[in-house]
Design a protein around this ligand. Structure first.
Ligand SMILES: [Zn+2]
Length: 96
């Protein structure tokens, strides 16, 4: 999958990854995640997701970054090109 673009919440960002996994991947008997279509082992590329605040219009915030692995099939897809993305949280959520 391609790295999701900016999202309103981390949950939305993670839900996008969850839906990719449920639509495109299956686990084999040894619990390895594999591509549903070609049975290649699913790979993960770490994406750096910056936590920004909705208090400002531009991408700024606390500077906190979360590393989220982005799944992709090296046979059916190319590696995710974006290794950075961001989520925009309200100032209260951002502190949490
Ligand atoms: Zn595949």
């Amino acid at each position: 999958m391609e790295t999701p673009a900016a999202r309103g919440t981390l949950q939305e960002f993670e839900a996008e990854i969850e839906s990719y996994l449920s639509e495109n991947c299956l686990k084999n008997e040894s619990d390895e995640v594999r591509c549903r279509w070609c049975w290649t082992k699913t790979e993960f590329k770490v994406c750096y997701v910056s936590i920004h605040t909705t208090a400002f219009d531009n991408c700024s915030g606390s500077g906190r970054v979360k590393q989220i692995p982005i799944p992709y099939c090296p046979n059916c897809e190319t590696e995710p090109t974006q290794d950075r993305s961001c989520v925009h949280l309200s100032p209260a959520e951002e502190l949490y």
